[in-house]
Design a protein around this ligand. Structure first.
Ligand SMILES: [Zn+2]
Length: 521
């Protein structure tokens, strides 16, 4: 898709022209055309707003541009700066931002590209330059509602097509749908076939294989994935339960959740079971029958949940995860030895341990927590920092530095537009200022994160550690495994378990990582 240039005078431009500083739009046109040429952007149209109105209603070229953007006609719109698109009142800003966001059309300025399809990109948040955080949030909510409406119509609203399909523009309507990519669709069919019906063996018979073997087989055959990475069991698993392959659209499957990890905010998309399903506009690759067969098999392979009427005999029930295959480890009584804790997958390489030994190791970890040790303070400090005075002081000085840089940046723009700076000088100047702003923003995020950590640490000290102390004191006085299990589940999120060796003399060679159930922020 091509690009277009949008030109508009600001009020300051009109005033400058009255002082005889020459024609703004002609100057901008020259600058942006040269810029597009240098950047290899194919410009197919130039829109000149003769009237310097701020509202959309007063800008006929903007109306036309917006309607074309919403039809997905443009890959990107080149402007002098984002202010040229919208300043005016906030409703107009909202309409314009929403249109660009929804169509996934880029806004390109000589110094920066704003790509709305990259939702979690830092640059994208700077797209919020011409709206406040709050407005941005409102628009995003509205946009989400728009997306739900599209999903209900069977359109595909995600930016990335699932493996097996490509995203295509719907003819004569807004939005996108999916079209099978023949070669990939064949792989999808193979995956379902191997899982439900079987893969052909050397003797000509068919034998069904599990998700990890499917991943291995595809890697062996050098079938490339979407990302160029290797196939993993998780990818296969996700594909086998993805209703997109039977022509459905799934919504709210993994709602994004912000989470703190390693001192940074990461957006995670935990699997959700409460998703909505709609008939898609796209053709299926897999039959309903095959899909159901795969789902049935997948459910049967899941470890059976503990039945309500029979209390568990395993104090670690539901808590210990196999690091090799991801399954939950189970208790296995044994005539000749103490109870075992083992991975339920028969072919898994992770070896079993005596249940009581693993339980003791978990208990030791809780004892350490009760002393305030081995708690993952996200900065990696052993001390749980709770004081935020320094961070607050630094934050307030950062805010003033930031506004100073912004006004310098504005001046640079003015100098460029009035011809005091040529492109080279402007670029150098604005790049330097933007770089400083970026560094400041980064530091700001760091400080905010450390303030959140401090809050969280306060809760760890006032709630989590006392709880660990109570449990450490009481644990082995409780004889009932079920009650022990209930108690552990109030403080342990999950436990990763690995054991590479087996046999006599290797009983304690397992390693575990116990993840505390502590407030995220
Ligand atoms: Zn396993």
């Amino acid at each position: 898709m091509p690009y277009c240039i949008y030109l508009r005078k600001s009020r300051a431009d009109s005033e400058a022209e009255m002082r005889g500083e020459g024609e703004t739009l002609a100057r901008h046109e020259k600058a942006l055309t040269a810029f597009a040429k240098q950047s290899g952007l194919d410009v197919a149209a130039i829109y000149k707003e003769i009237i310097s109105g701020e509202s959309i209603a007063a800008r006929p070229q903007m109306q036309r541009l917006l309607s074309e953007v919403s039809e997905g006609m443009w890959d990107g719109v080149i402007v002098m700066d984002v202010d040229r698109l919208a300043r005016g009142n906030s409703i107009d800003q909202g309409i314009i931002s929403q249109t660009f966001l929804y169509a996934g059309t880029k806004i390109i300025t000589p110094t920066k590209t704003y790509d709305p399809t990259n939702e979690f990109d830092e640059e994208y948040f700077e797209f919020g330059l011409f709206m406040s955080r709050r407005e941005y949030k409102t628009i995003n909510r509205r946009l989400q509602r728009g997306r739900v409406a599209s999903v209900k119509e069977g359109k595909y609203v995600s930016n990335k097509a699932p493996y097996g399909y490509e995203r295509v523009k719907i003819q004569g309507d807004k939005g996108f749908t999916l079209r099978p990519v023949p070669e990939q669709a064949e792989t999808v069919k193979s995956i379902f076939e191997w899982y439900t019906n079987g893969i052909t063996q050397a003797d000509g018979t068919k034998k069904p294989i599990g998700t990890s073997l499917i991943a291995r087989e595809l890697n062996k055959r050098k079938v490339s994935t979407h990302t160029g990475n290797v196939w993993t069991q998780q990818t296969i698993r996700d594909m086998l339960i993805n209703p997109v392959y039977v022509g459905k659209i799934r919504w709210n499957w993994r709602p994004a959740k912000k989470k703190m990890t390693g001192g940074a905010i990461v957006t995670e998309r935990p699997r959700s079971t409460e998703f909505l399903l709609y008939d898609g506009m796209h053709p299926p690759i897999i039959s309903e029958e095959t899909f159901r067969a795969a789902a049935l098999k997948m459910n049967n392979n899941k470890s059976r949940p503990v039945r309500g009427d029979k209390k568990t005999q395993n104090p670690l029930a539901g808590l210990v995860c196999c690091t090799v295959c991801g399954r939950k480890l189970q208790r296995r009584p044994n005539d000749k030895t103490p109870d075992l804790l083992m991975c339920p997958a028969p072919t898994c390489d992770n070896h079993a341990s005596y249940l009581y030994l693993v339980e003791e190791a978990v208990f030791e970890t809780i004892k350490k927590w009760s002393l305030g040790h081995e708690l993952p303070d996200l900065t990696g400090n052993s001390r749980l920092v709770t004081d935020t005075t320094d961070a607050e002081t630094e934050l307030s000085s950062i805010f003033s530095a930031e506004s100073k840089l912004r006004s310098q940046l504005n001046k640079a723009y003015e100098a460029f537009e009035t011809g005091i700076y040529d492109t080279a000088v402007f670029k150098q100047r604005s790049t330097a200022l933007n770089q400083q702003l970026k560094e400041i923003e980064f530091r700001k995020q760091e400080l905010k994160a450390s303030a959140r950590r401090a809050q969280r640490n306060k809760r760890i000290i006032s709630e989590f550690i006392p709880k660990a102390q109570r449990i450490a004191g009481a644990y082995y006085n409780i004889s009932d495994p079920h009650s022990r299990n209930e108690l552990l589940k109030t403080i342990v999120h999950h436990i990763d378990y690995t054991k590479a060796t087996r046999g006599h003399g290797h009983e304690s060679d397992f390693s575990i990582t116990v993840f505390p159930l502590i407030p995220v922020e």
